[in-house]
Design a protein around this ligand. Structure first.
Ligand code: THU
Length: 130
């Protein structure tokens, strides 16, 4: 099952707009009812205004109605095992759960699977604000 999520992330990566870093990234996530949302990084000439692949995927997920996220896959053209940046860990944790699987991929498929709890231990959570 993780393999089709990897393929969705790889297809998204092909759509990356990364003319400045030349570092295409793709991400895909699946909800418990089987929907898949994907995204690529999108850069802007004013560099801080660009954003990550995971963030694009999350935007599609929110606009697609949200839901419980069961797994996430991330792939980067130039890395054998990309891990989401700190900001994206926080953004993913906003919508995922501690046991959501995170598949780290190379060009051929999943290399390692971690959980959100493993990738963002002691993260700041919104329930503190309620
Ligand atoms: N990037 C992502 O898309 N996701 C990450 O988790 C790490 C970094 C993008 C942002 C930028 O377009 C490029 O990779 C180089 O940092």
């Amino acid at each position: 099952m993780a393999d089709d999520l990897f393929k969705a992330a790889r297809e998204a990566m092909a759509k990356a707009y990364a003319p400045y870093s030349k570092f295409p990234v793709g991400a895909a996530l699946r909800t418990e009812d089987g929907r898949v949302f994907s995204g690529a990084n999108i850069e802007v000439a004013s560099f801080p205004e660009g954003w990550c692949a995971e963030t694009t995927a999350l935007a599609h997920y929110v606009m697609g109605g949200g839901g419980r996220i069961t797994e996430i896959a991330v792939v980067a053209e130039k890395m054998d095992r990309i891990t989401p940046c700190g900001g994206c860990r926080q953004r993913l944790a906003e919508f995922a759960t501690a046991d959501t699987k995170l598949h780290l991929c190379d060009q051929t498929g999943v290399v390692e699977t971690l959980t959100m709890a493993e990738i963002l231990p002691l993260g700041f959570a919104g329930d503190t604000l309620k």
